[in-house]
Design a binder for this molecule. Structure first.
Ligand code: TRP
Length: 283
């Protein structure tokens, strides 16, 4: 529901004053960061304001890099600021008018660097999720520039790693990124372009199948099945799956050989997709 005009204007004025506060002293900046990250859902135009206001992107980047040396013994206060700055980057990454310039700026390498920091218990987890969120937001409209960015960087290998070792939420975002990448022709053909890349993806998916047999998750299963179905569009990938496909998903068209814990967690669309896979692979 849209906000009534006067309320919307008040929110906008407040957001503008917080954006200005980002440039002031330490204390104002901290309050402004937290308030802006809270206000971001109510003010979609915030992305434009952040991108076009002089010096703001540098401040957000600074906020993340300054805190880097404190990882892994980082205070809660610092992680909160880092997560807030990442949430704001997420807005810029997903807004239709800023997303292309955002991709071109290579600022997305920063969240990637955060995801590469060593595991250190829970205190960094929300920062890691916010970092993954920036990459996930970029994928919402995965145009050619985003796919090129993913091809050139190590984001996909990182996602494959998270799909195998991450927390439940992180795994869901990571497989969402992979799925968006595969959905584009360039992504699918890049993955299937060499045996190494294909096996890296196929083995991450297979590990996920094994884990999901024990601990099913609807969200992950849905994307997992969609990834398999999409890979079947590539002749060589299909050839490999005809010879070797994860046993818990392998079945006949009635699906009665699918692992029960998986089958019980599949929605109708996923069931249909699995039947399509079965028929395309000729089981
Ligand atoms: N650029 C790296 C490579 O070519 C990373 C990469 C991009 C990748 N897409 C991938 C690795 C898909 C595995 C699968 O290897």
């Amino acid at each position: 529901m849209a906000w009534p005009g006067n309320v919307a204007m008040e929110i906008e004025a407040l957001v503008c004053s917080y954006v200005a506060d980002l440039q002031r002293g330490e204390e104002e900046r901290e309050v402004a960061l937290l308030e802006l990250s809270k206000a971001r859902e109510k003010t979609p135009g915030i992305a434009l304001l952040l991108w076009h206001s002089y010096g703001i992107m540098t401040i957000l980047v600074d906020e993340i890099t300054q805190n880097f040396p404190h990882i892994p013994r980082i205070s809660q206060r610092r992680t909160r600021r880092m997560a807030a700055a990442l949430c704001l980057l997420q807005c810029v990454a997903s807004h239709p008018e800023t997303k292309t310039v955002f991709v071109r700026s290579y600022i997305a390498l920063l969240p990637m660097a955060i995801l590469r920091t060593a595991e250190d218990g829970n205190q960094m987890e929300h920062v890691r999720l916010a970092a993954l969120g920036v990459l996930g937001s970029m994928m919402k409209v995965a145009d050619a520039s985003v796919i090129r960015f993913l091809r050139e960087t190590e984001i996909i290998p990182l996602c494959l790693q998270i799909m195998q070792n991450g927390t439940e939420l992180a795994k869901s975002v990571a497989i969402f990124i992979l799925h968006s990448y595969l959905s584009r022709e360039e992504g699918l053909y890049y993955v299937c372009g060499t045996a190494e890349r294909f096996y890296a993806v196929a083995s991450a998916l297979a590990t996920m199948v094994e884990t999901l047999v024990g601990v099913p998750s609807n969200r992950q299963l849905k994307l997992l099945i969609s990834c398999y179905l999409r890979l079947c569009d590539h002749p060589q990938a299909r050839g490999v799956f005809e010879l070797c496909f994860p046993a818990p998903l392998m079945s006949d068209p009635t699906l009665d050989q699918v692992a029960p814990s998986i089958l019980n967690n599949l929605g109708d669309t996923s069931k249909r997709q699995l039947q399509q896979i079965v028929s395309r692979l000729g089981f």
